[in-house]
Design a protein around this ligand. Structure first.
Ligand code: EPU
Length: 340
């Protein structure tokens, strides 16, 4: 394997950007990962670890090696009358895990159906949708420490989960590779379905479903997502490009005077969250298109590559959006996507 073989990363990033790395190596277990890292450390070659490639924007070629997590396997490791603890390899596709849980009658992650990306990337940014986050069902994970080559276990409290945040994005950034994740799911019959998110409720009502199963909830989420979010197989994108901003209550109270419709979601006593999609929409960006890139027509939080766009163009567009939101609302948007 020559380290100078250029590898196209187009199939490995959901933005579908046509960028290259020097090489792409995969690993199915920690021994393979260790071998790759030892080789790379001795050559001094830069590397990056990739999961499903659904949360990255490559603004240029990556002058190094991409290591792709392909650690597989989904199994029940503990079981009682009401619940199971399941373990999944970091390289598994997240949505496949959701489908598996539904087939087996285990509730807890159905609201997170169709989130693109891998199981290993899911805790990194505490993925969430429609009223549920991975932290709600999280038990523990095993992560490979790059510096020492040791496998370390992280319990719920060690991960420091927050809104689209974890210790792996902050203090321990780029230091660990998530190998296996364990979740506690509840057996159907004991599981309490969460349809508190208005859009799910509406969707179920429209379908005349009174007593939804986990499959009904999953199907509703899939339909909502498909109606609002572009399918990366058709239009390149990485889901929400920005995070929803968390603001002090006083700031939102002032904004409400001028913008009475601004969405407000409670966070804690002093803070609230608002919807970045709403802000970007109000600033007139929804459906904006410049040649082969733009802002999605149904969800302003999603930047899209219509085919052949450059990552740099999408990045520059995100800068313009950040500036415009700052000017109109005095709010500084933060990117959710990792930029390389
Ligand atoms: N809105 C607009 N215009 C838009 C988009 C949204 O006015 O173009 C308004 C909506 O009408 C609604 C509010 O903004 O009042 C919130 O919109 P939505 O419910 O679609 O959710 P979101 O806050 O934009 C978040 C997550 C999504 C997740 C949904 C559903 C973030 C950054 N995004 O989006 O996650 O699917 O809630 O729970 O938290 C992702 O992270 O990639 C992702 C897709």
């Amino acid at each position: 394997m020559s380290p100078y073989n250029m590898t196209s990363l187009q199939p490995y990033n959901t933005f579908g950007l046509d960028v290259n790395s020097k090489q792409l190596l995969t690993f199915k277990n920690t021994d393979e990962l260790l071998d790759h890292l030892n080789q790379l450390k001795s050559s001094g070659e830069p590397y990056l670890i990739l999961g499903g490639g659904s949360n990255v924007l490559f603004t240029s070629d990556f002058e190094g090696t991409v290591l792709k997590n392909e650690v597989g396997g989904i199994s029940v490791i503990e079981e009682d009358h009401e619940s199971v603890i399941i373990e999944a390899g970091g390289g598994e596709v997240w949505h496949n895990l959701v489908l598996w849980s539904i087939q087996n009658g285990y509730g807890g992650i159905e609201n997170m159906s169709l989130i693109p990306g891998s199981v290993g990337a899911a805790p990194m940014q505490n993925i969430g949708a429609y009223g549920t986050e991975i932290k709600d069902v999280f038990v523990s994970l095993d992560a490979f420490e790059i510096a020492s080559g040791n496998l370390r276990s992280f319990q719920l409290e060690d991960c420091q989960f927050g809104y689209r945040e974890s210790v792996f994005k902050r203090a321990l950034k780029n230091q660990f590779v998530i190998i296996r994740v364990r979740l506690k799911l509840t057996k159907v019959g004991f599981h309490k379905i969460n349809t508190s998110y208005g859009m799910i409720e509406n969707e179920l009502k429209e379908q005349h479903i009174l007593n939804p199963t986990i499959k009904d909830v999953s199907d509703a989420v899939i339909r909502i997502r498909q109606s609002k979010l572009p399918d990366p197989k058709e239009i390149g994108n990485s889901g929400s490009f920005f995070k929803n901003p968390i603001l002090p209550k006083e700031q939102i109270d002032k904004l409400k005077n001028e913008f009475p419709d601004i969405p407000v979601y409670p966070v804690d006593e002093n803070q609230v969250k608002t919807a970045a999609g709403w802000l970007i929409d109000q600033a007139g960006w929804k459906g904006f298109r410049d040649g082969n890139f733009g802002v999605h027509k149904n969800q302003a939080l999603v930047l899209v590559n219509y085919g052949g766009a450059k990552g740099k163009d999408i990045y520059d567009l995100s800068e313009k959006i950040i500036e415009s939101i700052k000017e109109k609302f005095g709010i500084e948007l933060e990117r959710e996507v990792n930029i390389y």
